[in-house]
Ligand binder design. Structure first.
Ligand SMILES: [Mn+2]
Length: 342
């Protein structure tokens, strides 16, 4: 027996999504820049379900699917490269676009113009910002992952449930809850996962794939980044920097930094943990993690980024040192303002 039930507050939205996807010939699915397990998992699950119902469905993302998530895609032909003319034509000829795990145009980058003229359905669990993508949206920031909302849709439709979708939703929830450690690990997310395990998903295999194996490069970078770990004793803000030279010399990618931001955040008594690195020479990527008191979504938004209340990020143009000074002092200020309010 299934213990999970879709929250009543979602009933209307789920029905509207089903209505807008019913009988479509061709759907374009997309997600945010630098997609994570939730973005890709939600796309694969929904595409699998749509295809089983006779809707040709393609994944068109602003940035490539990370290597670690490629195993989820059952057929390479489902994924289209937005820089190819054929993809552009395919998008123009589609009859619905589905944006997953993102609500703002900026987040989907170069995909925006490709789907501008299509009926759009947004499915997301991020707190909504100032410039949401138009069309119908099914949003709920109480959902552990966008994958949870996709589960609601397939459940309401009565399936079909395919193994590929089960695995993809599992990965969506697993990765967005940090392996069921974060505050979004709710009874609902556990109940969904219980159902997925009952249907055959192997938790140990998934754990090993995502958390039990790292490249040697990951550890080399971690060793040098830990050497740059700093804590402001007064405000309890901690930050870590990945040295630019090591990042470049090792030809690293964001994937190699998986879990790094958890180190500053996990220091005893720390309110906010921050990770800094240079994906390119003149831009700095920042990841924020809050232990609860500080809203890091708001903080990231003040730097042009965003995310969740406890986990967010931003990309800032400038030199590492200059950006780091500014971000650290703003974060310290945010902690102090909060403290004065208490
Ligand atoms: Mn997500």
């Amino acid at each position: 027996m299934m213990t999970y039930q879709t929250p009543e507050s979602r009933y209307d939205s789920v029905q509207k999504v089903l209505d807008s996807l019913d009988g479509r010939e061709c759907a374009i699915l997309t997600t945010h820049i630098n997609a994570d397990g939730d973005g890709i998992g939600s796309e694969v699950a929904l595409a699998t379900w749509l295809r089983a119902r006779g809707t040709k469905s393609y994944i068109v993302n602003p940035t490539p699917i990370p290597q670690s998530l490629r195993f989820l895609v059952p057929d390479e032909s489902w994924v289209l490269d937005p820089s190819e003319q054929e993809t552009v034509e395919c998008c123009y000829g589609a009859d619905v676009a589905i944006v997953l795990d993102a609500s703002e145009a900026e987040r989907i980058g170069r995909i925006k113009p490709l789907i501008e003229n299509l009926t759009t359905v947004v499915i997301d669990h991020h707190p909504v910002g100032d410039k949401p993508i138009g069309g119908f949206s099914f949003r709920d920031s109480t959902a552990s992952a966008t994958g949870e909302l996709v589960f609601d849709i397939i459940m309401k439709a009565g399936g079909p449930w395919l193994d590929v979708a089960d695995l993809a939703i599992y990965v969506a929830i697993l990765t967005d809850t940090g392996s069921f450690r974060f505050s979004n690990s709710t009874p609902a997310s556990h109940n969904i996962v219980a159902e997925l395990i009952r249907r055959g998903v192997d938790p140990e295999e998934m754990y090993r794939r995502f958390y039990g194996t790292f490249s040697y490069r990951h550890f080399k970078l971690l060793r040098s980044a830990l050497g740059e770990l700093k804590v402001d004793d007064d405000s309890r803000v901690a930050w870590m920097t990945v040295p630019s030279k090591d990042y470049q010399d090792l030809a690293a990618t964001a994937e190699d930094l998986e879990g790094f931001v958890d180190y500053p955040r996990s220091i005893e008594g720390v309110e906010v943990g921050i990770l800094f690195w240079n994906p390119t020479k003149d831009s700095v990527k920042i990841s924020f993690r809050s232990n609860g008191a500080v809203d890091v979504n708001e903080l990231a938004r003040s730097f042009g980024g965003g995310g969740h209340v406890r986990a967010s990020g931003a990309m800032i143009h400038g030199s590492l040192e200059q950006v780091r000074n500014e971000v650290v002092s703003e974060t310290i200020a945010a902690v102090k303002i909060l403290r004065n309010k208490r």
